[in-house]
Design a protein around this ligand. Structure first.
Ligand code: NAD
Length: 341
C-alpha cells in the first residue's frame, strides 16, 4: 500500500492535498496508509502545520522514513521551484509524482521536465481536478450525446480577489496566466480538443504606487482544431469569486459553476435555464483515481495525460510571449510619440 510524501506544506500541501487525501481514504479505506511524511524547510510559515504529519526539513531525512518504492510524492511547492524539486526527487529514486499545476513555468522548463520524465521513467499526474470532476463528466456526457447540436464556443470566467498573495515578492507565480488558467485550460482541451492561441492579454496589478506586472488579469482566446472557439478570462482584482464554464451549442447552453473555493464542495449546473446543485469534491476524486492508477503496473494513460498538460504549458507560454511582444511594441510606440512631441 502506498504512503503519501508531501513536498511543501503551504496552502496546497497542508490544506488542500491533506484534506483531500483524508476524504479519499475515508471513502476507500486501504487507498493509502500513514503517517503522511512532509518536507518543508520552513513549516508553519505559509499554513499551520497539520496534526498527524511527520515533518522533515530535507528530502534526505524524509527518504530515511519513506523510501521511493512505497511513496506517492505530492509536489506542492510554488511553480518557480518546480524543476529543481522534480530533479532532486528523480535523482533520489522517487518515480510516482502528483505535481501541482502548472507543470512548468515556460517552454524551456517544460523541455527539461519532459527530459526528466523520460530519463527516470517518472509517472506524473498533474493536479487538474477540474477535468476529473463530476461537473466535467456531466459536461462531457452532454457534449457526447449531441442532444444540443454542435458545440460552438466555450467561455470561462475565473475571477477572484488575489491582492495579498500577488503582492508577496516570493509568490512564485510569474503572471495571471499561471494562477487559475491551468485548471480551465486542461478542461477545455479535454472537451474541445487541441487548440491554438489566437489572442492573449495581460494587465498589471496596481494598488497606489505599487505595480505587479502581469498579475492583474489574463485573457486567452483559442481556436480548436474542430472550429470551436474558447475565451478564458481571469481577473485577479475582481471584488468577488466566480469559476464558471459556459458551453454554447447550436440548440442550448450549459453553464457549470465550479466551487468558488475550498470552503464548499458543491457545484451547480445550469442546463438551458434549469439549475441543479450537487456535491463534487473534485480533488478527492482526482487523488482517488490517481492512487488507483499508481497501484496498477499496466496503467497506460500516463503519457496521454502528460501530453495534455504539456499542451497547457505550451499554450500558456505562447500567450505570455505574445503579451511580452505587445508590451515591447507599446513601449516602442510610446517612445516614438515622445520623440515626435
Ligand atoms: N490545485 C489548487 O487548487 C491549488 C490551490 C492553491 C495552490 N496551488 C498550487 O500549489 C502550488 C503551491 O502553492 P501554495 O499556495 O501552497 O504555496 P505556499 O506559498 O502557500 O506554500 C509553499 C510551501 O512550499 C515550501 N517550499 C518552498 N520550496 C520548497 C522546497 N524546495 N522543498 C520543500 N518545501 C518548499 C514553502 O516553505 C511553503 O511552505 C503552486 O503551484 C500553486 O499554483 C494549487
Amino acid at each position: 500500500m502506498r504512503q503519501p510524501l508531501i513536498i511543501g506544506l503551504g496552502r496546497a500541501g497542508a490544506g488542500l492535498h491533506l484534506r483531500a487525501l483524508r476524504t479519499a481514504l475515508a471513502r476507500s479505506p486501504g487507498l493509502w496508509h500513514g503517517p503522511v511524511v512532509a518536507v518543508d524547510p520552513r513549516p508553519g510559515e505559509r499554513a499551520p502545520v497539520p496534526d498527524g504529519v511527520t515533518v522533515t526539513a530535507t528530502l534526505d531525512e524524509a527518504r530515511a522514513l519513506l523510501p521511493p518504492e512505497r511513496a506517492v510524492v505530492h509536489v506542492c511547492t510554488p511553480p518557480a521551484a518546480r524543476l529543481s524539486v522534480l530533479a532532486e526527487l528523480a535523482a533520489a529514486g522517487y518515480r510516482d509524482l502528483v505535481v501541482e499545476k502548472p507543470l512548468a513555468a515556460d517552454a524551456a522548463e517544460l523541455a527539461a521536465v519532459t527530459e526528466l520524465v523520460s530519463r527516470y521513467a517518472l509517472r506524473v499526474a498533474v493536479v487538474a481536478h477540474w477535468p476529473a470532476s463530476g461537473l466535467a463528466d456531466r459536461l462531457r456526457t452532454s457534449l457526447a450525446s449531441g442532444e444540443r447540436g454542435r458545440l460552438l464556443r466555450i467561455d470561462v470566467v475565473q475571477h477572484k480577489p488575489r491582492f495579498t498573495r500577488s503582492l508577496r515578492p516570493d509568490d512564485g507565480h510569474p503572471t495571471a496566466f499561471d494562477v487559475e488558467l491551468p485548471h480551465s485550460l486542461g478542461l477545455v482541451l479535454s472537451l474541445a480538443g487541441p487548440a491554438e492561441t489566437t489572442g492573449a492579454r495581460l494587465t498589471d496589478l496596481r494598488i497606489g504606487e505599487t505595480v505587479r506586472p502581469g498579475l492583474g488579469s489574463a485573457v486567452l482566446d483559442l481556436l480548436h482544431a474542430n472550429g470551436v472557439r474558447t475565451r478564458i478570462h481571469s481577473d485577479l482584482t475582481a471584488p468577488v469569486r466566480e469559476r464558471r464554464v459556459s458551453l454554447t451549442f447550436e440548440r442550448g447552453t450549459l453553464v457549470g459553476h465550479f466551487a468558488p473555493s475550498d470552503a464548499d464542495d458543491h457545484v451547480q449546473l445550469d442546463a438551458d435555464g434549469r439549475r441543479e446543485v450537487f456535491l463534487d469534491d473534485a480533488l478527492a476524486s482526482f487523488l482517488h483515481r490517481t492512487y488507483t492508477r499508481f497501484a496498477s503496473a499496466e496503467e497506460p494513460s500516463w503519457e496521454a495525460e502528460f501530453a495534455l498538460h504539456a499542451d497547457v504549458v505550451r499554450i500558456l507560454d505562447a500567450a505570455k510571449r505574445r503579451c511580452a511582444a505587445d508590451t515591447v511594441a507599446e513601449h516602442d510606440e510610446e517612445a516614438r510619440r515622445a520623440v515626435a512631441r
